[in-house]
Design a protein. Structure first.
Length: 306
């Protein structure tokens, strides 16, 4: 049986060889009954990441390398690797050594015991306080619409061949990996772990990329935003009706409900702001519809070294 490893690479010079070495060592020892392949997808790196991956390919026939024409993002790199993987099981793992390689035998054991998806989910992470706070908030919101997602999220995951084939059939832009994977409904087991501290290089996953990923998940993976603004609109309308009734009662009693323009301005600002928020959320949906209609690919491959 064959296990494929998909590793998205962006500015990971120095970590690529270490990651490959740890994986290869496993298959020389306790996993020597399995064949394997390691697919590095270079997502437009400007350092020596590509050269390092190609050097590994020259020395190890298990290594494959795919390069993009520019930086298309981690999700695009993962999608390219998933479509190239030929293994009976496919493992997505980071290139920065923050996902513990020693969990791989446990993942394979779960798979052999008939789990079709094996998710290693983060219970703790060696990240700055603000990053941890944003992660907790983001996954707290997402769990309102997708309760199966572990509270710490996940990227380190094993997928059976039939899961991988089903996942690859989903052909949309702005993919949310975790939501799409859980949506397939295959048998899933979970392994908790603490994400390791990054020891080589610097994370390229900045706040704007985290926000983009959160918006993709929040908007594409559920109807929660539409339902939320609909509920907010109903509440605002109800408050407006109640306020109108109070004005009518005050008029019948010969009283003035307000003495100046301040209440009017407050009402206009509140309702106007609410409308702008609603239009912004609807605009996100319209933009995604436009992206789907244009049918541009998620990535463009420059070279394949297979």
């Amino acid at each position: 049986m064959k296990v494929s490893f998909v590793i998205a690479v962006y500015q990971n010079e120095g970590a690529i060889s270490a990651t490959h070495s740890k994986i290869a060592a496993l298959f020389r020892s306790e996993l020597n009954e399995y064949d394997y392949e390691v697919i590095f997808i270079d997502d437009g790196s400007t350092d020596e990441s590509l050269a390092e991956a190609l050097n590994l390919r020259e020395r190890d026939s298990h290594v494959k390398v795919i390069t993009f024409t520019r930086n298309f993002g981690q999700m695009a790199a993962m999608l390219a690797g998933f479509r190239e993987a030929t293994g009976d099981a496919v493992i997505n793992i980071s290139a920065d050594l923050q996902d513990p390689v020693d969990l791989i035998p446990r993942m394979i054991a779960h798979w052999r015991e008939h789990s079709e998806i094996v998710i290693c989910h983060r219970t703790d992470r060696s990240d700055p306080v603000l990053a941890k706070a944003f992660s907790r908030m983001a996954y707290g919101v997402l769990r309102l619409s997708i309760p199966q997602i572990p509270s710490g999220g996940f990227d380190f995951v094993l997928m059976d061949r039939k899961v991988m084939d089903s996942f690859n059939e989903i052909d949309v832009r702005h993919r949310f990996f975790q939501g799409d994977l859980l949506w397939t409904g295959f048998r899933t087991s979970f392994i908790p772990y603490a994400r390791l501290k990054r020891t080589i290089g610097k994370s390229q996953y900045n706040f704007s990329k985290k926000l983009k990923n959160f918006l993709d998940a929040f908007i594409d993976a559920s109807y929660l935003p539409i339902r939320f603004i609909s509920l907010l609109g109903l509440i605002t309308s109800a408050l407006g009706v109640l306020y109108s009734v109070s004005i009518v009662i005050a008029w019948l009693e010969g009283k003035t409900p307000f003495s100046g323009w301040a209440p009017i301005m407050i009402a206009i600002l509140l309702v106007g702001g609410l409308i702008m928020v609603m239009l912004g959320v609807i605009g996100e949906y319209v933009w995604r519809i436009n992206e789907e209609v244009r049918k541009r690919p998620n990535y463009i491959i420059r070279d394949r070294f297979l």
